[in-house]
Design a protein around this ligand. Structure first.
Ligand code: SF4
Ligand code: MG
Length: 316
């Protein structure tokens, strides 16, 4: 069952006369109810912009989105408030995403207050429960964000997202800014919450290794487009797109014997500027398989094999 469907989504930023950064450029996919959907890409690939656009923190330039079968452009006021509540975001930097002048309890209750979900004692109890839920303690409610470590601040951000009983959470690199020793704790917390609260996750990360074990399906983004999308198992066993193959070849293998088949593919050069992406396939300037057709035609986004999408002329 599909929770969110995205069709031909675009988010372009005007940066000068007739100049646009096409951060999200004609992307179509869906997210299933209850899954963890990993979205992976280098910095500048547009993954955060895609996440924010989906949650509604910024408008789209073009395209359509459906939530539980309803077109987001056609929701009435009440439905649209419900949608705003049910979709929450956890941010990369737990430092800058928490207002330093607000007490932790009020930060957590921001959504409760905005959606008028509880007040007085009920509100307070809810804050205490949420703090405990994320591994903090009720008396943390009156303190300020700077009194907490990075991991604890991320727990506060998670409590704030949970406060409004969301169904869908976009987690934008929630552990990238944290010490490695803390990362697993936060991942475990998110996985527990997902089970207990029946959440659906869009989990954004900059490397495949980070999303491998937690994701049901994974999409790989490059310069504003999704290059490949399939189950985590298929992506690692049988990557179809040359970009995915290169990313995977860079991950150290736990068992060096099985690494024999996989040779390290070194990508030539830096990613091109998203302001002036290559014609045709955007990956072609770094692709070892590029031919004339790759410069002439944008590869079609299609289901190449069952539940396995890719955009590459090798599969025409
Ligand atoms: Fe490489 Fe061409 Fe496929 Fe792009 S379309 S990934 S350039 S083979
Ligand atoms: Mg980002």
């Amino acid at each position: 069952e599909k929770l969110l469907e995205v069709y031909n989504l675009k988010k372009h930023f005007k940066v000068g006369p007739e100049q646009y950064v096409k951060s999200v450029d004609d992307i179509s996919f869906f997210i299933k109810k209850g899954e963890t959907f990993g979205l992976v890409g280098e910095s500048g690939s547009g993954k955060s912009t895609l996440g924010k656009t989906i949650v509604g923190l910024q408008g789209s330039t073009d395209g359509r989105m459906m939530y539980e079968g309803l077109d987001l452009h056609e929701l009435d006021k009440q439905k649209s408030r419900q949608f705003n509540r049910e979709m929450q975001m956890i941010f990369q930097d737990p430092h800058s995403s928490l207002n330093p002048r607000m007490r932790v309890g009020d930060i957590i209750a921001e959504g409760i207050d905005a959606h008028k979900l509880a007040k007085g004692k009920e509100r307070k109890d809810r804050i205490y429960q949420l703090l405990e839920r994320v591994g903090l303690s009720p008396d943390h409610a009156k303190r300020f964000p700077h009194e907490f470590s990075g991991g604890q601040r991320q727990r506060i951000g998670i409590a704030r997202a949970l406060a409004v009983k969301p169904k869908f959470i976009v987690a934008d690199e929630p552990i990238s800014a944290l010490d490695v020793s803390i990362q697993a704790q936060i991942i475990n917390l998110l996985e527990d919450l997902k089970e207990e609260e029946n959440l659906t996750f869009l989990f954004i990360a900059h490397d495949l290794g980070m999303v491998k074990h937690i994701s049901d399906r994974i999409a790989v983004m490059y310069l504003g487009k999704i290059m490949e999308l399939t189950t985590s198992a298929k992506l690692f066993a049988e990557p179809l797109h040359p970009y995915t193959q290169a990313l995977l070849s860079a991950i150290p293998m736990p068992n060096p014997r099985s690494a024999g088949k996989r040779e390290r593919i070194v990508l030539a050069g830096d990613p091109p500027s998203p302001m002036d992406p290559p014609s045709g396939c955007r990956f072609r300037t770094r692709c070892a398989f590029a031919t004339d057709v790759c410069a002439a035609k944008v590869p079609e986004w299609k289901e190449v094999r069952e539940d396995h999408w890719a955009a590459c002329h090798l599969y025409d």
